[in-house]
Design a protein around this ligand. Structure first.
Ligand SMILES: [Zn+2]
Length: 494
């Protein structure tokens, strides 16, 4: 319980105002004698000397004012810290340095001016925003906004200053996190086309190339594809290394689906496959009849040329539709729950394209424990293409509310996957109150941590909320002031 450390901190805090008052008293008395001395001299010497002393006095006065401000800051810090100590129940806290003392310095920074760039013309002119009045999965209107921004607030690539504001909320029904305001149409299209910029990743991987292919790209891809999937490291030359990587990473899903469903001759669709591993595996092992809906031309090209898989046109995230007429036995979706712009329509479309009793398999969905229960920044994880996030129970509730029942649900490597069966009528239970309260609390902490950890150069963007965030973070134990008055983030173990 660290009582001793707690007492030490308390003593240090209690001692602080005394020390500062002492300093203040000394300075006041120094100033008093200097003024008296100056007055005396002024009477005896010339006006010129008096003016010089006036300068000394005003220098001392500003020093005194600075000290007063310092005392005020320290008293505020102590007050915040004492508020925390009064309710402290945590133990085993470990502190991480946050950098030089920031709270007062940053609190005085002017409000953010936005980060408009030349691309404003591409995305900023269209007012394509959806304002959601209810959860896009379960339809519950009650919610709590827990974080204002997506990752663009941490980047220099936002198309305009509106683009970083999503007002993510927790749904009081199914418990998922969703963006209550989100772009659609050209605005969303812009983010997708600038994929590497808005998620801050390097776009050299051919499997993650969001751009239309040129003839030169096609020739190059054909050469790489010609070498196949299994190019051994004892051989030289270029090949599509991402395909083998995908094969290795996703072979487990082939195993799970094959073991649980034995999809012999089944009609299978994968939405947003990366390199076709699951489809190719189900076809090879079970003779499944497979189809794909790719996200980018590069993936479409690889699926067609490498595996000969029939693909649709590119996915329209905004107006999602499955363009195959015959119903499917199984629809596999990679990371679609996180991305769907109109989640309700997406889930309805998928359900409508399944045979009665058919299966939906969602995989690669972010587990929000990634930022709720570890040091990772929530804002950095929620890039502007991530419109939903959840834990496993919330994911199951959200999908169940659209007419499915869970068959097999697991998480691995901070990603969740679930096999769901289409049912005639939705049957689900809202998140228990205690769990909801805990989720909202964890999200608030994650948001505060992410704000306080924003790189120093970007803190001006948080100027409006900085003082309130510091106050709440200290009160909740997310951060604390050390004996030097430096704000520190408390490492989370929960
Ligand atoms: Zn919901």
């Amino acid at each position: 319980m660290g009582i001793r450390r707690l007492l030490t901190s308390l003593r240090a805090l209690v001692a602080m105002p005394d020390r500062l008052s002492r300093d203040l008293r000394h300075l006041k008395s120094d100033l008093g004698s200097t003024i008296a001395e100056a007055n005396q001299r002024t009477a005896e010497t010339s006006e010129r000397t008096a003016r010089k002393h006036q300068v000394d006095i005003s220098a001392l006065r500003s020093e005194l004012a600075a000290l007063r401000a310092e005392v005020g800051d320290r008293l505020l810090q102590n007050q915040l810290q004492l508020g925390r100590l009064a309710t402290l129940v945590n133990s085993g806290e470990e502190v991480l340095p946050l950098g030089r003392r920031v709270p007062t310095a940053v609190a005085r920074v002017r409000a953010p001016q936005g980060v408009s760039t030349a691309s404003d013309l591409a995305a900023g002119t269209s007012n394509e925003w959806l304002e959601l009045s209810a959860c896009p999965a379960c339809g519950t209107a009650e919610r709590t906004v827990v974080c204002e921004w997506n990752k663009l607030v941490l980047l220099e690539t936002a198309p305009d200053e509106h683009a970083m504001r999503y007002d993510y909320a927790i749904c009081h029904g199914c418990g998922i996190l969703y963006a209550t305001r989100r772009p659609f149409g050209r605005r969303y299209g812009y983010l997708l086309e600038h994929f590497e910029d808005v998620i801050d990743k390097n776009g050299k991987n051919p499997l993650l190339n969001p751009h239309p292919l040129t003839d030169k790209d096609r020739d190059r891809y054909r050469q790489l594809i010609a070498r196949g999937v299994f190019v051994s490291d004892h051989e030289d030359g270029d090949y599509l290394s991402g395909v083998f990587k995908d094969r290795f990473a996703n072979a487990g899903h082939v195993d799970i689906l094959g073991s649980l469903l034995t999809p012999r001759g089944a009609r299978v669709l994968e939405v947003r496959p990366r390199a076709g591993t699951i489809l190719e595996g189900l076809r090879r092992h079970y003779g499944a009849d497979v189809y794909a809906m790719p996200i980018w031309e590069s993936q479409q090209f690889i699926l067609r040329e490498l595996y000969g898989i029939q693909t649709s046109e590119l996915i329209d995230f905004d107006d999602f539709a499955i363009p195959f007429d015959e119903p499917f036995d199984l629809i596999v979706c990679n990371h679609m729950f996180n991305h769907a712009v109109r989640l309700d329509r997406f889930l309805a479309e998928v359900r409508g394209a399944l045979k009665p009793g058919g299966h939906l398999y969602l995989y690669n969905e972010i587990d929000d424990g990634e930022f709720l229960q570890s040091g990772q920044s929530m804002i950095a994880t929620m890039n502007p293409l991530h419109l939903q996030a959840c834990d496993r129970p919330s994911l199951v509730r959200a999908v169940a509310s659209s007419g499915f029942e869970p068959v097999f649900v697991k998480g691995r490597d901070r990603r969740n996957f679930c096999l769901m069966r289409r049912v005639d009528a939705p049957d689900w239970t809202p998140v228990p109150q205690a769990d909801l309260g805990k989720r909202i609390d964890l999200y608030r902490r994650a948001r505060d941590r992410a704000v306080l950890r924003a790189p120093e150069g970007l803190r001006a963007r948080f100027a409006d909320v900085w003082p309130v965030t510091v106050e709440r973070a200290v009160a909740s134990g997310v951060a604390r002031f050390d004996d030097e008055g430096q704000l520190r983030i408390v490492k989370q173990y929960e």
